[in-house]
Design a protein around this ligand. Structure first.
Ligand code: 13P
Ligand code: SF4
Length: 309
């Protein structure tokens, strides 16, 4: 197996040859983040995919993120290191169930978290990410009933923050965040009494109640960088450690293990590797292919979300 340095050089060579851009989520391995043209949360990566000028996007994240990039760039090639990089939230929300809800409740506004399949996006009125969910719900007229899907914890958080009464919430959950136990966070606070707590809104409400800050991955990184405190307990996937330590040298970051894997890593995000990134740039496979008609329908709620600033 070639050394990391030589794989990195080969990736950069193929990137130039393919006129490609490498987009990476914060949950990717540090060596992938270091090679990426852009590292961000799901909203920032969707915006990057919109402003992109080359021929190919190599998307290092999970499949729904790469599909979003394809919906924005139907004429361009979007490749991924591993097509099996799914998401438990996507799996929790089949399009047929959303279509059935729509039939029964034609007056509801369907607000879909970006962690959904392209078919569910096509059934939605507007999308949101963890970064803009409160703003998106507030942009909907108060009298309109809402279905928020699929994340129950993000949905409950947004409902509490916006004070929306008429808002139904799907029962989906993230296998990483939803299994962070509040008692382990309490134990971490007892061990590090000076540490501030930053949490992703996919965490359960009893974890969120203990947080000093709640936000998307990029928002957590920015908030920790701005604080004068020196220690933080981070309630999200541990891939964010790379940017946290890079941007805040000298500060300490503690991660709490969940009850799913007894770790804080997303098994889907971690399927990607430098070797697979090189292979997808070289072979232009695996690539994201989606039916044109579905992409056209999914682009409407996606563009509506991107227009909300
Ligand atoms: P962000 O939008 O905060 O990056 O979150 C994406 C995600 O999948 C969280 O688990
Ligand atoms: Fe999906 Fe959770 Fe992984 Fe994010 S961390 S990609 S929500 S399974």
């Amino acid at each position: 197996m070639p050394a990391v340095a030589s794989i990195a050089e080969e990736i950069l060579e193929w990137k130039t040859r393919r006129r490609a851009v490498i987009l990476a989520h914060h949950y990717q391995e540090p060596e992938i983040q270091e090679l990426a043209d852009s590292v961000g949360d799901s909203l920032e990566l969707a915006r990057e995919a919109k402003n992109f000028a080359g021929d190919v996007i190599a998307f290092c994240g999970v499949r729904f993120m790469a599909e979003t990039a394809k919906v924005i760039n139907p004429e361009r090639t979007v490749v991924v290191p591993d097509l099996n990089a799914g998401c438990s939230l996507v799996d929790s929300c089949p399009a047929a169930a959303v279509q059935a809800f729509r039939k029964r409740n034609p007056g509801h506004v369907i607000v879909s978290y970006i962690n959904t399949s392209v078919e569910v996006k096509a059934e939605s009125d507007i999308l949101c990410t963890s970064r803009n969910a409160i703003k998106i719900v507030n942009s909907i007229p108060a009298e309109k009933p809402i279905l928020f899907l699929p994340d129950i914890n993000l949905g409950n958080y947004v409902k509490a923050q916006t004070g929306r009464k008429n808002m139904q919430i799907w029962q989906g959950a993230c296998i990483v965040h939803a299994t962070f136990p509040a008692r382990r966070l309490a134990a971490a606070r007892a061990e590090h009494p000076k540490a501030l707590v930053a949490a992703h809104p996919e965490c359960p409400s009893d974890v969120l109640r203990m947080a000093d800050f709640i936000g998307s991955t990029s928002s957590i990184i920015r908030w920790c960088t701005e604080q004068t405190a020196g220690e933080f307990i981070i309630m999200t996937e541990s891939g964010v450690r790379h940017s946290l330590e890079k941007l805040s040298p000298g500060k300490k970051f503690y991660f709490v293990a969940n009850e799913n894997c007894n770790c804080s890593e997303c098994p889907y995000m971690r399927l990607n590797s430098l070797e697979k990134l090189l292979a997808c740039l070289e072979n232009l496979e695996p690539r994201i292919e989606l039916p044109a008609a579905i992409m056209e329908r999914a682009r409407i709620p996606l563009e509506r979300m991107l227009a909300v600033r």
